[in-house]
Design a protein around this ligand. Sequence first.
Ligand SMILES: Nc1ncnc2c1ncn2[C@@H]1O[C@H](COP(=O)(O)OP(=O)(O)OP(=O)(O)O)[C@@H](O)[C@H]1O
Ligand SMILES: [Mg+2]
Length: 259
Amino acid sequence: MTALLEVRGATKSYGAVRALDGASLEVAPAEVVALLGDNGAGKSTLIKAIAGVHRLDGGEIAVDGRPVVLRSPTEARRLGIETLHQDLSLFDNLSARANFHIGREPCRPRWLGRLGLLDERAMTREWTAHLERTRTRMDDPDGEVGVLSGGQRQAVAVLRAVAFASRLVILDEPTAALGLREAGKVLDLVRSLPEQGVAVLLISHNLEHVAQVADRAVVLRQGRVVGQAAPTPDNHERLVSMIVGAHGSMAATVDEGGQ
Ligand SMILES: Nc1ncnc2c1ncn2[C@@H]1O[C@H](COP(=O)(O)OP(=O)(O)OP(=O)(O)O)[C@@H](O)[C@H]1O
Ligand SMILES: [Mg+2]
């Protein structure tokens, strides 16, 4: 089967820091892949390239087997790729609802849209339908996001990423600031995406969360993929040693045929 997403030999430096050093990764249609790695391993850098935020210095990204050049987040979105970034990228002075629609507000009709007339009714319809679909309750959707708790802000950002993706959702630490119940809800949401034909690339430091949702875990270390394994409890220790590069991890790398 053709991979939905394929990254080959990605390199990226920030000045003297080599954040990606030939990283390669594949995600199949409707697959949930976890991207693991220690702080600074290059995970966010890699997904920013896929999300159209940063250009790679070298290497290739292909979608459905076709090489693509992603010059902006809009171009990635057009291919059905939505991303929740680690910093959430919310507009604090806007409401949850406004953040949800930002950058893709339905306008009507087209020529009036150019004058800045938004289709409020279509926006309300879209918002309500999405809350229902994801069984989400939002107490004050019209209050400013800036006053929400970390967990509530995260919920808004997750919703936004999940709502509009048609092929791939990339989630960079979606459960990091969440309590048990809220994390559980996000994981349920992740699990529901493959049923809708949407693949997920999930970055998380929480191996338990990864084990609950991912089909496969890929480990990045110092900008390279050093191995992969099914994220079952049995493989927990093996994955940890790949992440930290402890003794034996090179053997694991070879065993797993790190991509
Ligand atoms: N905008 C930037 N400018 C300079 N260096 C950067 C920038 N972004 C990332 N880096 C560096 O690149 C390396 C990889 O960073 P990256 O954010 O991709 O890691 P990460 O795996 O996402 O880590 P974490 O788990 O802490 O989020 C790090 O050494 C980091 O300091
Ligand atoms: Mg990161």
